[in-house]
Design a protein around this ligand. Structure first.
Ligand code: SF4
Length: 87
């Protein structure tokens, strides 16, 4: 039997069109975000690589509000994301 993820653990994604590559999110939650060397923007490397509080801090300090929560239960990032494009 599969247990549902806690309500506080919602998947996040980074909007590559908005991200300016400041690296703040990767500094706060390196287990979740990293800067992609080719694109220069942040990508999500793991949805559960850091405590929820760290993810929320990353969202709060992003200078361009490029990090957003996906709808609960969403399995994939939106098509525009680097993850979805295989970057
Ligand atoms: S904090 Fe925001 S702008 Fe900076 S790398 Fe992360 S997503 Fe991009």
């Amino acid at each position: 039997m599969t247990e549902a993820a806690p309500a506080s653990r919602r998947p996040v994604w980074v909007d590559p069109a908005a991200c300016v590559g400041s690296g703040s999110c990767a500094n706060v939650a390196p287990g979740v975000f990293r800067i992609d060397e080719e694109s220069g923007v942040a990508v999500v490397v793991s949805q559960d690589g850091a405590p929820v509080a760290d993810v929320e801090e990353a969202i709060a300090i992003c200078p361009v509000e490029a990090i957003a929560y996906l709808a609960a239960g969403a399995a994939d990032a939106p098509p525009s994301s680097p993850q979805a494009r295989g970057i």
